[in-house]
Every structure is written in structure tokens, then in C-alpha cells.
Design a protein. Structure first.
Length: 97
């Protein structure tokens, strides 16, 4: 569970990132969860874009991704979801306490 200070730090770090995944009409599936898990292990902090043709609400999509990957939800802003998961092998970020 992230503290407010850690979330603020991660939001500032994610500001310049571009979304690398898009959730569309098909919603979230097992294949996407696996790919997100792999990318989170490599990058730790990512953005996911929810397209307009997605039938589910962006908050539901965020919850499904968090439950599937075990990542922490940093922020849902507009149609963009920011996720963080500490890497086991490739730790890059030092979070504030």
C-alpha cells in the first residue's frame, strides 16, 4: 500500500510517460494481464489508456488490472491509469518513506 507522499512522487515521475497499453472494446483479458505484469517487472511505473470504445468504466478497468497484476494504483486521471509495482529483478525507483 502506497502512502500519499509516495503517490505524489510517483505521479510526478509518471507525468512525462506516454501510455504503453490501451484497453479497448475487448476490455481486460488474461493475455493483457500477463503482458502488463511483464512490463511492470521491467519498468515499475506505467500508464494505461482506456479508449472511448471500452464498454467498462475506467475505474472498473483499473481495479481489474490491479487485482490481476498485484500492482498499486497510483492515479486514474481522465482516461489514463497510472500503475506502480516494485520490480523483483530490476529495481529502478527509490520511493520516499
Amino acid at each position: 500500500m502506497l502512502t500519499g507522499k509516495q503517490k505524489r512522487f510517483l505521479r510526478s515521475e509518471a507525468h512525462h510517460l506516454n501510455p504503453i497499453f490501451q484497453v479497448g472494446k475487448g476490455g481486460v483479458n488474461e493475455n493483457m494481464i500477463q503482458q502488463l505484469t511483464d512490463v511492470l517487472e521491467a519498468r515499475e511505473l506505467i500508464k494505461v489508456s482506456v479508449l472511448q470504445n471500452c464498454e467498462e468504466d475506467k475505474n472498473v478497468v483499473a481495479e481489474e488490472i490491479v487485482n490481476g497484476t498485484g500492482a498499486d494504483l497510483v492515479q486514474v486521471i481522465g482516461s489514463t491509469i497510472v500503475l506502480y509495482k516494485e520490480s523483483k529483478e530490476n529495481k529502478q525507483m527509490k520511493l520516499p518513506n
